[in-house]
Design a protein around this ligand. Structure first.
Ligand SMILES: Cc1cc2nc3c(=O)[nH]c(=O)nc-3n(C[C@H](O)[C@H](O)[C@H](O)COP(=O)(O)OP(=O)(O)OC[C@H]3O[C@@H](n4cnc5c(N)ncnc54)[C@H](O)[C@@H]3O)c2cc1C
Length: 474
């Protein structure tokens, strides 16, 4: 049986940030992810906002990790070559809502976050398309946007580069033992031993605690639906426009994405069984609420709809060492601002939950800055010529909407955490993320995946077993 110092269950942004952090030490670390790629849960379908941190209740883990995560994330994004933009954000309101904006500012002050209240003239300098009734806004310059799945993939790639092991398609079904002697079983029959276990399973965290005999967790789920707009809409918006937050969360926003699209959403609908369908009622709510804050939504430019799943466990993040299972720790209810908070949560997990059991001896020659991959779109004509001369795959454009070449797809398949499904390729290089949503390039991506991995096309999947794309004859 393979033996590790630490096993992390769940390859969302939090589990990936934890293993990236642990891989810097002389530890044998394993991450087990149920999905066919990392960022398979909330971390693939959210707003991608790097929150400034004025919103969380002062004194909570959310407030602390949001502030610390925000400070760390800009540099981490550069190290990992993850698309990000410091756009700033506006929480907008009418003249009657000014006292609520002031209350939010006061909370930001207590949380150590720099914000200012600005009037309509200043708002229009930052964002010309706020709705006509908007008179005031809370402006936070430290807010921005990041690609949430590319951040998760970036963490995972660096962790693997630094010697950690990540196993995909590995749903954990049982956890036996305790400190120094854990045995973790997966659905495919594989078993692993570890001295300590970290449960970062997101929507599955309560179930993992149950099967491990750790503290029972009561969680609820909430769906957040979105519109994704074509990149041509990017000219209409440059910052993030929030309404005033309410008891359901931060409300329906309009924002650019780090990759150049625009999103409208999310809703906040209670849901069960991990349902992430998008329905007409949710879309109507987006339209109704966005009209209050944003003047120029253009729903004809919508190229995709999606929904993400929030896992809620009380008012705050729950990050604990189990009192019932020595050596087992768990993270639950990591809803918003969990993406922003991930670097700070990882730091806390390593120092407070793993260090008591394992000596943290820094590795020599650890990789910090990952290689930068320029996209075709970012190259000059001379650079393109040079690349095509060295490798003609740079001259074969596979995804026309996003101008993605065969060379970029091959690089994704050969990356440290290899992309072996069509969706994994899409999230690394954006083949299939454009206006036609893969209608043109998917068969070519399939062919390249089959050629590079040696797996027949009939066994290549969109996103794991049961999502095969072509079927054998007969
Ligand atoms: C609609 C929405 C909008 C949001 N917007 C923002 C935002 O703008 N900014 C922000 O900071 N935060 C935002 N968040 C919050 C953020 O997305 C989450 O906090 C973050 O993604 C949580 O990461 P995670 O790693 O804890 O969970 P997840 O990403 O859900 O990862 C958990 C992983 O565990 C795996 N898993 C589950 N069970 C098992 C098992 N038995 N064995 C192995 N693996 C298992 C899952 O497949 C999954 O990949 C938003 C969330 C939602 C839903």
């Amino acid at each position: 049986m393979e033996k590790y110092d630490v096993i992390i269950i769940g390859g969302g942004v939090v589990g990936a940030a934890v293993i990236d952090r642990l891989a810097k030490y002389e530890l044998r670390c394993l991450l087990l992810e149920a999905g066919s790629d990392v960022a398979y849960g909330s971390s693939r379908a959210n707003s991608g906002i790097i929150h400034a941190g004025y919103d969380a209740e002062t004194g909570t883990l959310k407030a602390r990790f949001n502030r610390e995560g925000n400070r760390a994330l800009w540099n981490i994004a550069r190290e990992l070559d993850v698309p990000h933009i410091k756009t700033g954000s506006l929480v907008v309101g009418t003249a009657e809502q000014l006292p609520m904006l002031q209350k939010l500012k006061a909370r930001g002050d207590l949380n150590g976050v720099v914000t200012e209240i600005i009037g309509r003239a200043e708002i229009l300098k930052k964002e010309r398309n706020v709705a006509d009734g908007i008179e005031y806004a809370l402006y936070a310059q430290e807010a921005g946007v990041i690609s949430p799945y590319k951040l998760t993939i970036g963490y995972a790639d660096r962790a693997v580069t630094n010697g950690a092991v990540i196993k995909l398609n590995s749903a954990v079904t049982a956890v036996f033992g305790r400190r120094g002697n854990f045995r973790v079983h997966c659905a495919d029959g594989a078993q692993y031993a570890a001295d300590t276990v970290v449960n970062a399973a997101g929507a599955g965290a309560a179930e993992i605690n149950r099967i491990a005999g750790a503290e029972p967790l009561t969680v609820t789920y909430q769906k957040g639906e979105y519109y994704v707009l074509d990149q041509t809409e990017r000219k209409n918006i440059s910052t993030i426009i929030f309404p005033l937050p309410n008891e359901f969360g931060k409300g329906i926003l309009a924002a650019p994405t780090a990759d150049g699209n625009v999103i409208y959403g999310p809703t906040a609908e209670p849901t069960v069984n991990g349902d992430t369908s998008v329905d007409a009622g949710g879309l109507d709510k987006i339209k109704k609420q966005l009209a209050v804050t944003y003047k120029t939504p253009d729903y004809r430019k919508s190229i995709r709809l999606y929904a993400g799943l929030r896992t809620i466990c009380g008012m705050d993040f729950v990050i604990e060492q189990s009192k019932l299972k020595d050596g087992f720790s768990y993270l639950a209810g990591i809803c918003s601002p969990g993406l922003t908070s991930a670097p700070a949560i990882a730091e806390y997990v390593v120092n407070e939950l793993v260090a008591p059991f394992k000596a943290l001896v820094p590795k020599k020659n650890c990789v910090t800055v990952m290689p930068k991959h320029k996209r075709l779109k970012e190259l000059t004509a001379a650079e393109i010529k040079e690349r095509v001369r060295a490798d003609e795959a740079w001259g074969r454009v596979i995804c026309r909407c996003e101008s993605v070449t065969e060379a970029e797809i091959v690089a994704a398949i050969r990356s440290p955490l290899s992309a072996v499904t069509v969706d994994a390729v899409k999230r690394r290089v954006r083949a299939g993320m454009g206006r036609c949503q893969g209608g043109f390039c998917m068969p070519r991506v399939l062919e390249i995946l089959a050629r590079e991995t040696g797996v027949p096309e009939t066994e290549i999947t969109k996103c794991g077993k049961g999502t095969e794309i072509v079927f054998p004859r007969g």
